[in-house]
Ligand binder design. Structure first.
Ligand code: C2O
Ligand code: CU
Ligand code: CU
Length: 506
Protein backbone atom coordinates (compact mmCIF):
# COMPACT_ATOMS: atom_id res chain seq x y z
CA UNK A 1 0.00 0.00 0.00
CA UNK A 2 1.58 3.14 -1.20
CA UNK A 3 0.37 6.50 -0.01
CA UNK A 4 1.60 9.61 -1.63
CA UNK A 5 1.07 12.99 -0.09
CA UNK A 6 0.96 16.25 -1.83
CA UNK A 7 -0.21 19.72 -1.24
CA UNK A 8 -3.03 21.39 -3.04
CA UNK A 9 -2.02 24.99 -3.36
CA UNK A 10 -4.39 27.79 -4.11
CA UNK A 11 -7.98 28.25 -3.10
CA UNK A 12 -10.31 26.02 -4.99
CA UNK A 13 -13.54 27.14 -6.53
CA UNK A 14 -15.29 23.85 -5.88
CA UNK A 15 -16.18 23.21 -2.29
CA UNK A 16 -14.79 19.71 -2.45
CA UNK A 17 -11.39 20.90 -3.63
CA UNK A 18 -11.31 23.63 -1.07
CA UNK A 19 -11.77 21.39 1.93
CA UNK A 20 -8.64 19.33 2.61
CA UNK A 21 -5.28 20.96 2.11
CA UNK A 22 -3.11 17.91 2.56
CA UNK A 23 -4.47 15.02 0.64
CA UNK A 24 -3.54 11.44 0.34
CA UNK A 25 -3.79 9.34 -2.73
CA UNK A 26 -5.91 6.26 -2.60
CA UNK A 27 -3.77 3.15 -2.64
CA UNK A 28 -4.00 1.24 -5.87
CA UNK A 29 -2.66 -2.16 -6.79
CA UNK A 30 -0.01 -1.44 -9.40
CA UNK A 31 1.57 1.33 -11.43
CA UNK A 32 0.91 0.62 -15.09
CA UNK A 33 1.56 4.15 -16.39
CA UNK A 34 2.58 4.48 -20.02
CA UNK A 35 1.83 7.15 -22.59
CA UNK A 36 -1.74 8.36 -23.03
CA UNK A 37 -3.19 6.71 -26.12
CA UNK A 38 -5.04 9.10 -28.43
CA UNK A 39 -8.01 7.41 -30.09
CA UNK A 40 -7.65 7.42 -33.89
CA UNK A 41 -9.59 10.16 -35.62
CA UNK A 42 -12.28 9.17 -38.12
CA UNK A 43 -13.56 12.01 -40.29
CA UNK A 44 -17.15 11.19 -41.08
CA UNK A 45 -18.57 12.98 -44.09
CA UNK A 46 -20.97 12.29 -46.93
CA UNK A 47 -18.83 9.61 -48.49
CA UNK A 48 -19.51 5.96 -47.99
CA UNK A 49 -17.07 3.70 -46.21
CA UNK A 50 -17.07 5.10 -42.70
CA UNK A 51 -17.73 2.01 -40.66
CA UNK A 52 -17.80 1.35 -36.95
CA UNK A 53 -17.80 -2.30 -36.01
CA UNK A 54 -18.91 -3.16 -32.50
CA UNK A 55 -17.03 -6.25 -31.42
CA UNK A 56 -15.63 -8.18 -28.52
CA UNK A 57 -11.95 -7.91 -27.75
CA UNK A 58 -9.43 -8.23 -24.99
CA UNK A 59 -7.17 -5.70 -23.38
CA UNK A 60 -4.28 -5.80 -20.95
CA UNK A 61 -5.08 -2.94 -18.61
CA UNK A 62 -2.44 -4.44 -16.34
CA UNK A 63 0.51 -5.89 -18.23
CA UNK A 64 0.18 -9.62 -18.73
CA UNK A 65 -3.44 -9.82 -17.55
CA UNK A 66 -6.06 -9.76 -20.24
CA UNK A 67 -9.63 -8.59 -19.70
CA UNK A 68 -12.60 -9.29 -21.96
CA UNK A 69 -13.81 -6.02 -23.48
CA UNK A 70 -16.06 -4.51 -26.13
CA UNK A 71 -15.19 -1.75 -28.55
CA UNK A 72 -16.13 0.01 -31.76
CA UNK A 73 -13.54 -1.08 -34.35
CA UNK A 74 -11.03 -1.49 -31.50
CA UNK A 75 -10.66 -3.76 -28.54
CA UNK A 76 -11.86 -1.11 -26.10
CA UNK A 77 -13.74 2.16 -26.80
CA UNK A 78 -13.90 3.50 -30.36
CA UNK A 79 -12.26 6.03 -32.65
CA UNK A 80 -12.97 9.73 -32.20
CA UNK A 81 -15.55 10.64 -34.82
CA UNK A 82 -15.20 14.08 -36.35
CA UNK A 83 -18.26 15.65 -37.93
CA UNK A 84 -18.58 19.03 -39.62
CA UNK A 85 -21.59 21.26 -39.10
CA UNK A 86 -23.67 21.76 -42.21
CA UNK A 87 -22.50 18.52 -43.83
CA UNK A 88 -24.17 15.16 -43.89
CA UNK A 89 -22.35 12.29 -42.25
CA UNK A 90 -22.79 8.75 -43.51
CA UNK A 91 -21.82 6.03 -41.14
CA UNK A 92 -22.36 2.29 -41.04
CA UNK A 93 -22.48 0.68 -37.61
CA UNK A 94 -21.99 -3.07 -37.75
CA UNK A 95 -22.95 -5.25 -34.83
CA UNK A 96 -20.21 -7.85 -34.54
CA UNK A 97 -21.10 -8.65 -30.92
CA UNK A 98 -23.38 -11.42 -29.74
CA UNK A 99 -26.11 -9.15 -28.32
CA UNK A 100 -28.26 -6.24 -29.53
CA UNK A 101 -26.57 -2.82 -29.42
CA UNK A 102 -27.32 0.73 -30.45
CA UNK A 103 -25.13 3.67 -31.40
CA UNK A 104 -26.56 6.69 -29.62
CA UNK A 105 -25.07 10.06 -30.64
CA UNK A 106 -25.20 11.62 -27.21
CA UNK A 107 -25.85 15.36 -27.32
CA UNK A 108 -26.42 15.69 -31.05
CA UNK A 109 -29.51 17.39 -32.41
CA UNK A 110 -30.98 14.67 -34.57
CA UNK A 111 -34.50 13.39 -35.20
CA UNK A 112 -35.51 10.41 -33.07
CA UNK A 113 -35.09 7.88 -35.86
CA UNK A 114 -31.37 8.77 -36.16
CA UNK A 115 -30.67 9.23 -32.46
CA UNK A 116 -29.70 5.64 -31.65
CA UNK A 117 -31.88 5.38 -28.56
CA UNK A 118 -33.09 2.10 -27.04
CA UNK A 119 -35.86 1.64 -29.61
CA UNK A 120 -33.27 1.45 -32.38
CA UNK A 121 -31.43 -1.59 -31.06
CA UNK A 122 -30.14 -3.90 -33.77
CA UNK A 123 -29.04 -7.47 -33.43
CA UNK A 124 -25.84 -9.43 -33.98
CA UNK A 125 -24.80 -9.51 -37.63
CA UNK A 126 -26.95 -6.47 -38.48
CA UNK A 127 -25.73 -3.12 -39.74
CA UNK A 128 -27.35 0.26 -39.08
CA UNK A 129 -26.60 2.90 -41.71
CA UNK A 130 -27.87 6.30 -40.62
CA UNK A 131 -27.14 9.43 -42.60
CA UNK A 132 -26.80 12.18 -40.04
CA UNK A 133 -27.58 15.80 -40.97
CA UNK A 134 -25.04 17.65 -38.82
CA UNK A 135 -26.77 20.68 -37.42
CA UNK A 136 -25.11 21.50 -34.15
CA UNK A 137 -22.64 24.11 -32.92
CA UNK A 138 -19.02 23.05 -32.58
CA UNK A 139 -18.85 20.82 -29.51
CA UNK A 140 -17.45 17.75 -27.79
CA UNK A 141 -20.01 14.97 -27.83
CA UNK A 142 -19.90 11.23 -27.52
CA UNK A 143 -21.48 8.01 -28.66
CA UNK A 144 -22.38 4.88 -26.78
CA UNK A 145 -24.63 1.85 -26.85
CA UNK A 146 -28.04 2.42 -25.28
CA UNK A 147 -29.94 -0.87 -25.05
CA UNK A 148 -32.38 -0.67 -22.18
CA UNK A 149 -31.20 -2.81 -19.28
CA UNK A 150 -27.77 -3.32 -20.88
CA UNK A 151 -26.39 0.21 -21.18
CA UNK A 152 -24.38 0.01 -17.96
CA UNK A 153 -22.64 -3.25 -18.83
CA UNK A 154 -22.09 -2.44 -22.50
CA UNK A 155 -20.63 1.00 -21.86
CA UNK A 156 -18.59 -0.42 -19.00
CA UNK A 157 -17.04 -3.03 -21.25
CA UNK A 158 -16.17 -0.37 -23.83
CA UNK A 159 -18.96 0.53 -26.26
CA UNK A 160 -18.34 4.26 -26.24
CA UNK A 161 -16.24 6.91 -27.98
CA UNK A 162 -15.83 10.65 -28.41
CA UNK A 163 -17.27 12.92 -31.10
CA UNK A 164 -15.72 16.21 -32.15
CA UNK A 165 -18.04 18.48 -33.99
CA UNK A 166 -16.41 21.29 -35.93
CA UNK A 167 -18.07 24.30 -37.45
CA UNK A 168 -16.12 25.10 -40.65
CA UNK A 169 -17.73 28.56 -40.76
CA UNK A 170 -16.31 29.66 -37.43
CA UNK A 171 -12.72 30.40 -36.67
CA UNK A 172 -12.31 29.21 -33.10
CA UNK A 173 -9.29 30.86 -31.48
CA UNK A 174 -8.35 27.78 -29.46
CA UNK A 175 -5.76 25.02 -29.78
CA UNK A 176 -7.19 22.54 -32.26
CA UNK A 177 -4.56 20.14 -33.50
CA UNK A 178 -6.00 16.79 -32.49
CA UNK A 179 -3.72 14.75 -30.30
CA UNK A 180 -1.10 17.49 -30.13
CA UNK A 181 -2.60 20.51 -28.39
CA UNK A 182 -6.25 19.42 -28.50
CA UNK A 183 -6.50 16.32 -26.38
CA UNK A 184 -9.45 13.94 -25.92
CA UNK A 185 -9.70 12.61 -22.35
CA UNK A 186 -12.29 9.88 -21.82
CA UNK A 187 -12.38 9.34 -18.07
CA UNK A 188 -13.87 6.16 -16.60
CA UNK A 189 -13.58 4.39 -13.27
CA UNK A 190 -13.20 0.64 -13.34
CA UNK A 191 -12.89 -2.18 -10.88
CA UNK A 192 -10.06 -4.66 -11.30
CA UNK A 193 -9.92 -7.99 -9.59
CA UNK A 194 -6.46 -9.55 -9.92
CA UNK A 195 -5.96 -7.19 -12.83
CA UNK A 196 -9.11 -8.27 -14.68
CA UNK A 197 -11.67 -5.57 -15.38
CA UNK A 198 -14.78 -6.63 -13.49
CA UNK A 199 -18.30 -5.30 -13.33
CA UNK A 200 -19.38 -6.17 -9.84
CA UNK A 201 -22.00 -4.09 -8.13
CA UNK A 202 -21.15 -3.88 -4.48
CA UNK A 203 -23.86 -3.54 -1.91
CA UNK A 204 -23.85 0.22 -2.04
CA UNK A 205 -23.55 0.33 -5.82
CA UNK A 206 -26.93 -1.35 -6.14
CA UNK A 207 -28.47 1.95 -5.30
CA UNK A 208 -25.87 4.64 -5.87
CA UNK A 209 -24.48 3.23 -9.11
CA UNK A 210 -21.18 1.51 -9.85
CA UNK A 211 -17.98 2.90 -8.36
CA UNK A 212 -14.63 1.57 -9.54
CA UNK A 213 -11.38 2.00 -7.71
CA UNK A 214 -9.08 2.72 -10.64
CA UNK A 215 -9.40 5.44 -13.23
CA UNK A 216 -8.85 4.87 -16.93
CA UNK A 217 -8.15 7.68 -19.37
CA UNK A 218 -8.71 6.65 -22.99
CA UNK A 219 -8.67 3.09 -21.71
CA UNK A 220 -5.32 3.33 -19.89
CA UNK A 221 -4.52 3.41 -16.19
CA UNK A 222 -2.74 6.53 -14.93
CA UNK A 223 -1.17 7.45 -18.26
CA UNK A 224 1.27 10.24 -19.04
CA UNK A 225 0.59 12.92 -21.62
CA UNK A 226 3.47 14.90 -23.05
CA UNK A 227 2.48 18.30 -24.37
CA UNK A 228 4.30 21.19 -26.03
CA UNK A 229 4.91 24.26 -23.86
CA UNK A 230 1.99 26.66 -24.15
CA UNK A 231 -1.79 26.50 -24.20
CA UNK A 232 -3.34 23.04 -24.35
CA UNK A 233 -7.01 22.23 -24.76
CA UNK A 234 -8.28 19.23 -22.86
CA UNK A 235 -11.65 17.79 -23.85
CA UNK A 236 -12.91 16.04 -20.75
CA UNK A 237 -15.66 13.44 -21.11
CA UNK A 238 -16.98 11.71 -18.02
CA UNK A 239 -17.87 8.35 -19.54
CA UNK A 240 -18.06 6.65 -16.15
CA UNK A 241 -21.19 4.74 -15.20
CA UNK A 242 -21.85 6.64 -11.98
CA UNK A 243 -18.78 8.44 -10.66
CA UNK A 244 -18.68 12.21 -10.46
CA UNK A 245 -15.31 13.98 -10.63
CA UNK A 246 -14.02 17.23 -9.28
CA UNK A 247 -11.03 17.81 -11.53
CA UNK A 248 -8.11 20.05 -10.77
CA UNK A 249 -4.34 20.18 -11.10
CA UNK A 250 -2.04 18.85 -8.39
CA UNK A 251 -0.31 22.21 -8.00
CA UNK A 252 -3.61 24.06 -7.76
CA UNK A 253 -3.06 26.03 -10.95
CA UNK A 254 -6.08 27.62 -12.54
CA UNK A 255 -7.39 26.84 -15.98
CA UNK A 256 -10.06 28.17 -18.27
CA UNK A 257 -13.25 26.40 -19.17
CA UNK A 258 -14.10 27.26 -22.77
CA UNK A 259 -16.95 24.87 -23.57
CA UNK A 260 -19.57 22.79 -21.83
CA UNK A 261 -21.63 19.86 -23.16
CA UNK A 262 -23.16 21.53 -26.19
CA UNK A 263 -20.45 23.94 -27.32
CA UNK A 264 -18.41 27.03 -26.58
CA UNK A 265 -19.13 29.35 -23.69
CA UNK A 266 -19.54 33.04 -24.57
CA UNK A 267 -16.35 33.77 -22.60
CA UNK A 268 -13.66 31.61 -21.01
CA UNK A 269 -14.24 31.16 -17.28
CA UNK A 270 -11.37 30.73 -14.87
CA UNK A 271 -11.61 27.80 -12.48
CA UNK A 272 -9.40 25.75 -10.22
CA UNK A 273 -11.88 22.89 -9.85
CA UNK A 274 -14.28 21.43 -12.38
CA UNK A 275 -17.25 19.28 -11.44
CA UNK A 276 -18.22 16.70 -14.05
CA UNK A 277 -21.02 14.20 -13.52
CA UNK A 278 -21.60 11.14 -15.72
CA UNK A 279 -22.27 12.01 -19.36
CA UNK A 280 -21.06 15.61 -19.02
CA UNK A 281 -18.24 17.16 -21.06
CA UNK A 282 -16.14 20.24 -20.57
CA UNK A 283 -13.36 21.71 -22.63
CA UNK A 284 -10.65 23.42 -20.65
CA UNK A 285 -7.51 25.27 -21.70
CA UNK A 286 -4.50 25.12 -19.42
CA UNK A 287 -1.20 26.91 -19.74
CA UNK A 288 1.90 24.71 -19.66
CA UNK A 289 4.36 27.35 -20.80
CA UNK A 290 6.19 27.09 -17.43
CA UNK A 291 7.28 23.57 -18.50
CA UNK A 292 6.52 22.16 -15.08
CA UNK A 293 5.19 18.64 -14.87
CA UNK A 294 1.82 18.40 -13.13
CA UNK A 295 -0.94 15.89 -12.55
CA UNK A 296 -4.59 16.14 -13.42
CA UNK A 297 -6.33 14.88 -10.29
CA UNK A 298 -9.83 14.55 -8.93
CA UNK A 299 -11.20 14.62 -5.47
CA UNK A 300 -12.37 11.12 -4.68
CA UNK A 301 -16.06 11.67 -4.26
CA UNK A 302 -16.71 7.96 -4.30
CA UNK A 303 -20.25 6.92 -3.71
CA UNK A 304 -23.01 8.45 -5.75
CA UNK A 305 -25.03 8.98 -2.60
CA UNK A 306 -22.60 11.75 -1.82
CA UNK A 307 -22.19 12.63 -5.49
CA UNK A 308 -20.89 16.14 -5.35
CA UNK A 309 -23.70 17.55 -3.36
CA UNK A 310 -24.50 14.93 -0.82
CA UNK A 311 -27.85 13.59 0.07
CA UNK A 312 -30.69 15.94 0.42
CA UNK A 313 -31.44 16.93 3.94
CA UNK A 314 -28.10 15.61 5.10
CA UNK A 315 -28.83 11.96 4.93
CA UNK A 316 -32.39 10.76 5.08
CA UNK A 317 -31.07 7.43 3.84
CA UNK A 318 -28.43 7.30 6.55
CA UNK A 319 -31.08 7.91 9.13
CA UNK A 320 -33.32 5.26 7.73
CA UNK A 321 -30.69 2.58 7.48
CA UNK A 322 -29.02 3.41 10.75
CA UNK A 323 -26.15 5.83 10.86
CA UNK A 324 -22.76 4.31 10.35
CA UNK A 325 -24.40 1.63 8.27
CA UNK A 326 -24.54 1.75 4.53
CA UNK A 327 -23.33 5.29 4.16
CA UNK A 328 -19.90 4.51 5.46
CA UNK A 329 -18.61 2.58 2.52
CA UNK A 330 -19.74 5.18 0.09
CA UNK A 331 -19.08 8.56 1.55
CA UNK A 332 -16.50 10.78 -0.06
CA UNK A 333 -13.06 10.30 1.38
CA UNK A 334 -11.60 13.60 0.26
CA UNK A 335 -8.61 11.66 -1.03
CA UNK A 336 -7.24 12.53 -4.42
CA UNK A 337 -7.34 10.28 -7.43
CA UNK A 338 -4.56 10.62 -9.96
CA UNK A 339 -6.10 10.89 -13.39
CA UNK A 340 -3.29 11.85 -15.74
CA UNK A 341 0.37 12.87 -15.46
CA UNK A 342 1.33 15.74 -17.73
CA UNK A 343 4.89 16.36 -18.86
CA UNK A 344 5.95 19.30 -20.96
CA UNK A 345 8.40 19.01 -23.84
CA UNK A 346 10.92 21.62 -24.98
CA UNK A 347 8.87 22.28 -28.08
CA UNK A 348 6.77 25.46 -28.05
CA UNK A 349 3.01 24.99 -28.48
CA UNK A 350 1.18 26.40 -31.48
CA UNK A 351 -0.90 28.65 -29.27
CA UNK A 352 0.45 30.73 -26.45
CA UNK A 353 -0.58 33.91 -24.72
CA UNK A 354 -3.96 34.80 -23.34
CA UNK A 355 -7.19 33.51 -24.78
CA UNK A 356 -9.54 36.08 -26.27
CA UNK A 357 -12.01 37.56 -23.82
CA UNK A 358 -14.96 36.44 -25.95
CA UNK A 359 -15.55 33.16 -27.76
CA UNK A 360 -17.77 32.65 -30.82
CA UNK A 361 -20.44 30.82 -28.85
CA UNK A 362 -23.58 29.81 -30.66
CA UNK A 363 -26.28 30.08 -28.00
CA UNK A 364 -29.92 30.03 -29.06
CA UNK A 365 -32.42 32.65 -28.03
CA UNK A 366 -35.03 30.42 -26.45
CA UNK A 367 -37.41 33.20 -25.45
CA UNK A 368 -40.01 32.70 -22.73
CA UNK A 369 -41.31 29.22 -21.99
CA UNK A 370 -44.85 28.44 -23.09
CA UNK A 371 -45.35 25.67 -20.52
CA UNK A 372 -43.73 23.98 -17.56
CA UNK A 373 -43.21 20.29 -16.87
CA UNK A 374 -42.20 18.79 -13.56
CA UNK A 375 -40.04 15.74 -13.07
CA UNK A 376 -38.99 13.97 -9.91
CA UNK A 377 -36.25 11.39 -10.20
CA UNK A 378 -37.15 8.49 -7.90
CA UNK A 379 -34.75 5.98 -6.43
CA UNK A 380 -37.85 4.05 -5.53
CA UNK A 381 -40.73 4.04 -7.93
CA UNK A 382 -43.62 2.21 -6.39
CA UNK A 383 -43.70 0.84 -2.84
CA UNK A 384 -40.90 2.48 -0.93
CA UNK A 385 -39.66 -0.24 1.38
CA UNK A 386 -40.23 -3.06 -1.07
CA UNK A 387 -38.38 -1.40 -3.87
CA UNK A 388 -35.63 -0.27 -1.53
CA UNK A 389 -35.17 -3.89 -0.48
CA UNK A 390 -35.13 -5.02 -4.08
CA UNK A 391 -32.60 -2.36 -4.96
CA UNK A 392 -30.39 -3.44 -2.12
CA UNK A 393 -30.40 -7.08 -3.08
CA UNK A 394 -30.34 -6.28 -6.80
CA UNK A 395 -33.40 -8.39 -7.30
CA UNK A 396 -35.66 -6.24 -9.36
CA UNK A 397 -34.41 -4.58 -12.50
CA UNK A 398 -37.20 -1.99 -12.64
CA UNK A 399 -37.45 -0.27 -9.33
CA UNK A 400 -36.31 3.24 -10.07
CA UNK A 401 -38.27 5.75 -12.04
CA UNK A 402 -39.34 9.28 -12.85
CA UNK A 403 -42.58 10.73 -11.49
CA UNK A 404 -43.38 7.43 -9.87
CA UNK A 405 -43.08 5.18 -12.94
CA UNK A 406 -40.31 3.02 -14.23
CA UNK A 407 -39.38 3.13 -17.91
CA UNK A 408 -41.75 1.23 -20.16
CA UNK A 409 -40.76 0.98 -23.80
CA UNK A 410 -44.43 0.61 -24.71
CA UNK A 411 -45.45 3.84 -22.99
CA UNK A 412 -44.90 7.36 -24.35
CA UNK A 413 -44.75 9.61 -21.31
CA UNK A 414 -45.66 12.87 -23.04
CA UNK A 415 -45.66 14.80 -26.29
CA UNK A 416 -43.80 18.07 -26.91
CA UNK A 417 -44.82 20.45 -29.70
CA UNK A 418 -41.96 21.08 -32.12
CA UNK A 419 -40.18 24.41 -31.73
CA UNK A 420 -41.81 25.57 -28.48
CA UNK A 421 -39.69 26.55 -25.53
CA UNK A 422 -40.53 24.74 -22.31
CA UNK A 423 -39.41 25.06 -18.71
CA UNK A 424 -38.57 21.73 -17.13
CA UNK A 425 -38.30 21.59 -13.37
CA UNK A 426 -36.32 18.59 -12.23
CA UNK A 427 -36.19 17.42 -8.66
CA UNK A 428 -33.75 14.91 -7.28
CA UNK A 429 -35.07 12.38 -4.84
CA UNK A 430 -32.65 11.39 -2.02
CA UNK A 431 -29.41 11.87 -3.96
CA UNK A 432 -28.01 13.96 -6.77
CA UNK A 433 -28.63 12.69 -10.30
CA UNK A 434 -27.17 13.73 -13.68
CA UNK A 435 -30.29 14.42 -15.76
CA UNK A 436 -29.98 14.00 -19.53
CA UNK A 437 -32.32 14.74 -22.42
CA UNK A 438 -32.06 13.52 -25.99
CA UNK A 439 -32.80 15.58 -29.06
CA UNK A 440 -31.77 19.07 -27.93
CA UNK A 441 -29.38 21.06 -25.79
CA UNK A 442 -30.80 23.16 -22.98
CA UNK A 443 -29.91 26.14 -20.86
CA UNK A 444 -29.93 25.83 -17.08
CA UNK A 445 -32.10 28.66 -15.79
CA UNK A 446 -32.34 27.96 -12.06
CA UNK A 447 -30.95 25.85 -9.27
CA UNK A 448 -33.27 25.68 -6.30
CA UNK A 449 -33.67 29.43 -6.03
CA UNK A 450 -29.92 29.97 -6.05
CA UNK A 451 -27.72 31.40 -8.76
CA UNK A 452 -26.85 28.93 -11.49
CA UNK A 453 -23.48 27.29 -10.88
CA UNK A 454 -21.11 28.79 -13.49
CA UNK A 455 -20.20 25.26 -14.50
CA UNK A 456 -23.76 24.83 -15.72
CA UNK A 457 -23.36 27.76 -18.12
CA UNK A 458 -23.67 27.33 -21.85
CA UNK A 459 -25.45 24.66 -23.81
CA UNK A 460 -25.97 21.54 -21.75
CA UNK A 461 -27.47 18.13 -22.29
CA UNK A 462 -26.68 16.72 -18.86
CA UNK A 463 -27.17 18.68 -15.66
CA UNK A 464 -26.17 17.64 -12.18
CA UNK A 465 -29.46 17.86 -10.28
CA UNK A 466 -29.05 18.25 -6.56
CA UNK A 467 -32.36 19.59 -5.36
CA UNK A 468 -34.55 21.54 -7.74
CA UNK A 469 -33.04 22.47 -11.12
CA UNK A 470 -34.80 24.37 -13.88
CA UNK A 471 -33.91 24.22 -17.54
CA UNK A 472 -35.18 25.90 -20.67
CA UNK A 473 -35.39 23.61 -23.66
CA UNK A 474 -36.76 23.74 -27.18
CA UNK A 475 -36.95 20.71 -29.43
CA UNK A 476 -36.41 21.48 -33.09
CA UNK A 477 -36.14 17.86 -34.26
CA UNK A 478 -39.09 15.48 -34.47
CA UNK A 479 -39.40 12.14 -32.74
CA UNK A 480 -42.20 9.67 -33.36
CA UNK A 481 -43.78 6.87 -31.33
CA UNK A 482 -41.48 4.37 -33.05
CA UNK A 483 -38.32 6.28 -32.14
CA UNK A 484 -39.06 8.65 -29.26
CA UNK A 485 -36.49 10.72 -27.37
CA UNK A 486 -35.33 9.61 -23.93
CA UNK A 487 -34.88 11.62 -20.77
CA UNK A 488 -33.08 9.88 -17.96
CA UNK A 489 -30.55 9.83 -15.20
CA UNK A 490 -27.08 9.28 -16.68
CA UNK A 491 -26.01 7.10 -13.78
CA UNK A 492 -26.22 4.08 -16.02
CA UNK A 493 -27.35 1.73 -13.26
CA UNK A 494 -30.25 4.09 -12.56
CA UNK A 495 -31.17 4.37 -16.20
CA UNK A 496 -31.13 0.59 -16.64
CA UNK A 497 -33.32 0.22 -13.56
CA UNK A 498 -35.98 2.42 -15.05
CA UNK A 499 -35.04 6.02 -14.18
CA UNK A 500 -35.90 6.95 -17.75
CA UNK A 501 -38.88 8.06 -19.75
CA UNK A 502 -39.60 8.83 -23.38
CA UNK A 503 -41.44 11.50 -25.32
CA UNK A 504 -42.37 12.40 -28.85
CA UNK A 505 -41.84 15.72 -30.62
CA UNK A 506 -43.85 16.98 -33.56
CU1 C2O B 1 -25.64 9.27 -23.06
CU2 C2O B 1 -29.58 8.53 -23.28
O1 C2O B 1 -27.60 8.88 -23.22
CU1 CU C 1 -28.04 10.95 -24.97
CU1 CU D 1 -29.72 8.75 -10.83
Amino acid sequence: MKRRHFLMAGAAAGAALAAPMVLTRRAIAAEPGGPLPIPPLMDVDGSAGNTLTARAGTREFFPGVSSPTLGFSQDYLGPTLRFAKGRAAKIAVENGTDAPITAHWHGMHLPGNLDGGPQLAFGPGETWTPELPIDHPAATLWYHSHVHGETATQVYRGLAGMILLDDPEIDVPLPRTYGEDDIPLIVQDRLFQRGVMTYDLGHMDQMAGFQGSDILVNGTLRPTLTVPAGLIRLRLLNASNARTYEFGFSDGRGFQQVASDGGLLPAPQTLTGLHLSPGERAEIVADFSDRRAVRLVSVDIAGGMMGGGGMMGGGSMGGMMGSGGMMDGASGTGDMLDILSIEVSQQPARVSGPLPARLPADLPDLGAPVRTRDFTLNLHAGGMMGSMFNNLVGRDSQTMGINGSSYDKGRIDFHVPLGETERWRINADMMAHPFHVHGASFLVSGMGGQAVDPQANGLKDVVHVDGLTEILVRFDKPATDEAPFMYHCHILEHEDRGMMGQFTVG
